[in-house]
Design a protein around this ligand. Structure first.
Ligand code: IPE
Ligand code: IPE
Ligand code: MG
Length: 246
C-alpha cells in the first residue's frame, strides 16, 4: 500500500504549517549558490500543494520569508523577492485551475511594490476558489503579529470600542493575521532544525510538531504523507488523560 493509501481520511489535519528550511545548505551540497536552493524549493512547494489537496487538507501555510530574513545579504533578499514575484505569476494559473485559494500573512506592506502587486492580483483572482487555501507567510514573524494585535486591542480599548474584561482567547484570535484560519494541527520543519523561528507562536499552541532531516528542496508529497501518517499515530490529549479520550 502506498503512503497515501495508508492515510486515514477521517483524521487528516485541516491545517498544516510548514517551515521550509534548508535551501541554502542543499545548494551548497550541490556546489551551487544559496539562491539555486531557493529556486529548487519551488518544485517542493508544487508537489506539497498537490499532495495536500489530494488528501483533503484545507489550509497549508508556508513560511516563505521571515521578518528576520531581511537581515540576510542584500543579493539574497533581492533574489528571494524576484523569485517570489516570478513564482506567483507563473504558478497562479495552475493554482486557479486546481481551485486553490491564495492568501498571505505578514507585513505585506514591507515587500517591494512588484511583489505586492503580483500577490494582490493572485489573491484576487483565486479569492472565490473553494479547494485548498494556500497561505504564504511573507515578511512574517509571530512577535510582529502579536505586537500588532496588542496595539489594535489597546487602541480599541482606549476608544471605548472594547471592554478589557471582555477580552477572550477568541477575541485575540480576531486581531491576528490568521483571524479566519483555523489553528494548524500539524507543523512540519525540514532540514533538521528543531525550533520554530518566530512562526505562529499563538496558533501552534497545541499543534503536533514533525521535524525531518530532509532539506526543503528534497521534500515531496511522499514526505508530506509520511508526516501525516506520523501525526495520525499520535494521541492528542489536550490536557486530559488517555482514559478520558475513549
Ligand atoms: C529556507 O532555507 C528559505 C528561507 C529562509 C527563505 P534557508 O535559506 O534558510 O536555507 P539554510 O537553512 O540556510 O540551509
Ligand atoms: C525560518 O528559517 C524562516 C523561513 C523558513 C522562511 P530560517 O533559516 O530563517 O531560520 P533560522 O535562522 O534557522 O532560525
Ligand atoms: Mg534556514
Amino acid at each position: 500500500m502506498s503512503k497515501k493509501e495508508q492515510i486515514n481520511t477521517n483524521n487528516v489535519p485541516k491545517h498544516i504549517a510548514i517551515i521550509m528550511d534548508g535551501n541554502g545548505r542543499w545548494a551548497k551540497q550541490q556546489g551551487e549558490d544559496r539562491i539555486y536552493g531557493h529556486y529548487e524549493g519551488v518544485n517542493s512547494v508544487r508537489s506539497v500543494v498537490k499532495g495536500a489537496g489530494e488528501i483533503g487538507v484545507k489550509y497549508i501555510t508556508l513560511y516563505a520569508f521571515s521578518t528576520e530574513n531581511w537581515n540576510r545579504p542584500k543579493e539574497e533578499v533581492d533574489a528571494l523577492m524576484e523569485l517570489l514575484v516570478s513564482t506567483i505569476s507563473m504558478e497562479t494559473p495552475e493554482l486557479h485551475k486546481k481551485n486553490v485559494r491564495l492568501q498571505a500573512i505578514g507585513n505585506i506592506d514591507s515587500l517591494p511594490p512588484s511583489c505586492i502587486d503580483e500577490l494582490n492580483e493572485s489573491i484576487n483572482m483565486t479569492a472565490n476558489n473553494t479547494g485548498l487555501t494556500l497561505v504564504l507567510a511573507l515578511s512574517y514573524s509571530s512577535k510582529w503579529e502579536i505586537i500588532n494585535a496588542i496595539k489594535h486591542i489597546a487602541s480599541d480599548a482606549k476608544n471605548n470600542e472594547l471592554n478589557i474584561e471582555d477580552i477572550t482567547e477568541q477575541h485575540i484570535q480576531k486581531y491576528l493575521c490568521t483571524k479566519d484560519i483555523p489553528d494548524p494541527e500539524l507543523m512540519i520543519r525540514t532540514s533538521g532544525e528543531n525550533r520554530i523561528s518566530n512562526f505562529l507562536l499563538w496558533q501552534l499552541a497545541y499543534a503536533e510538531f514533525y521535524f525531518t532531516e530532509t532539506l526543503w528542496p528534497d521534500f515531496r508529497e511522499e514526505d508530506l504523507f509520511t508526516a501525516v501518517l506520523n501525526y495520525q499515530n499520535r494521541e492528542r490529549r489536550f490536557g486530559k488523560t488517555s482514559e478520558q479520550l475513549t
